[in-house]
Design a protein. Structure first.
Ligand code: FDA
Length: 301
């Protein structure tokens, strides 16, 4: 993104919430589980898999964290009842990581146990770098206790990623979305891409199942080359994309016979997720500028 565009996108918090909600509606299934289930049904009908995310992060009270875990139980039950091809993605700060590690572990264990009983799978999203160690620790603890239906996420922008991946058998690999200091993260576009492909090579070499989570055409092409060169079967990796981003590219991948999973967020806590998505949309600077300009014109007329 150009410098001016980036500066405009930084003004996003000044944009009124109803405008943010309108602009971000394509990225979110809706406020209720019914909305998410409806979207998943449509995706499945088009040959796409899904992962459902209950929106909510940085909760401030144990009951809120338990309520989010409860929503995951509801989602798992509906997926099971309707025989949908979908799993769930959880954010540990939504399950109480910043309140109490033990509470978060209990919530995660209950969701993972429920998923296991239903033959389903849980992916732990990766949040900002202050949570990386605890996220990997929790993943490793549950895994050591026998949770085979659990996966985690690694972020290619972090310098540490190549050293984190040994021993991880099911990984979603993404670029990373949080703003991290240059001491620990690559900032240049090409350096992130390079680390992404190096990490993917290493994951494939160690036999991990990888969710190739990107909409970047260069990375999609190079990732295809890597999995094909390794002789992987179509059920040994998958592509992953976000709801509302490049759906036609996902269709092409499905048509070419690849597994593609779409990340489907739903819920009432839509603001933080929406802002992150809008900041990544290359056209967003134009939308924000015209919204701000329109409001200024309105104010002086
Ligand atoms: P890039 O940002 O370069 O986008 C490539 C192209 O895709 C753009 O040029 C544009 O055409 C299109 N595009 C991308 N974003 C768009 C948008 N919002 N609106 C419109 N077009 C857009 N991050 C993290 O830190 N922790 C996590 O757990 C996850 N989980 C996750 C799951 C899944 C399924 C995906 C796909 C991504 C994540 N991410 C994530 C987000 C990830 O780290 C990254 O921020 C985004 O995927 C954008 O990076 P790309 O690789 O798509 O490249």
């Amino acid at each position: 993104m150009a410098l001016l565009d980036r500066a405009i996108v930084r003004l996003l918090p000044a944009v009124p919430k109803p405008v943010v909600q309108r602009l971000s509606s394509r990225y979110i299934a809706g406020p209720s589980l019914d909305d998410a289930i409806r979207v998943v049904r449509k995706l499945n009908a088009k040959g796409k898999l899904a992962t459902i995310d209950v929106l909510g992060e940085d909760v401030t009270a144990p009951d809120e964290a338990r309520a989010i875990a409860g929503q995951y139980h509801d989602a798992l039950a509906r997926i099971d009842e309707e025989q949908l091809d979908a799993n769930v993605s959880v954010k540990l700060t939504g399950l109480g990581l910043e309140l109490d590690y033990k509470l978060c572990r209990e919530n995660l264990e209950s969701v993972v146990g429920d998923a296991a009983a239903r033959g389903n799978f849980v992916r732990i999203d990766m949040e900002d770098s202050s949570t990386t160690d605890r996220t990997l620790q929790l993943y490793r603890e549950l895994h050591a206790d026998g949770a085979g239906n659990l996966g985690v996420v690694l972020q290619a922008y972090l310098h540490r990623t190549l050293s984190d991946l040994p021993g991880l058998d099911n990984v979603r690999l993404c670029k990373g979305i949080y703003v991290e200091p240059p001491a620990i993260a690559f900032r240049e576009f090409d350096a992130v891409r390079e680390n992404y492909l190096r990490s993917l090579q290493a994951l494939v070499a160690q036999g991990s199942y990888v969710g190739i989570a990107t909409h970047d055409e260069h990375l999609i092409g190079e990732s295809l080359r890597i999995v094909q060169a390794a002789g992987l079967e179509r059920d040994q990796y998958e592509f992953q994309m976000l709801l509302g981003v490049r759906p036609e590219r996902a269709d092409e991948l499905v048509a070419d016979g690849h597994r593609v999973r779409i990340y489907v967020p739903y819920g009432s806590h839509w603001y933080e997720y929406s802002v992150r998505r809008l900041q990544e949309n290359p056209k967003m600077a134009g939308y924000i500028a015209s919204d701000l300009f329109g409001r200024m014109r309105h104010a002086v007329s």
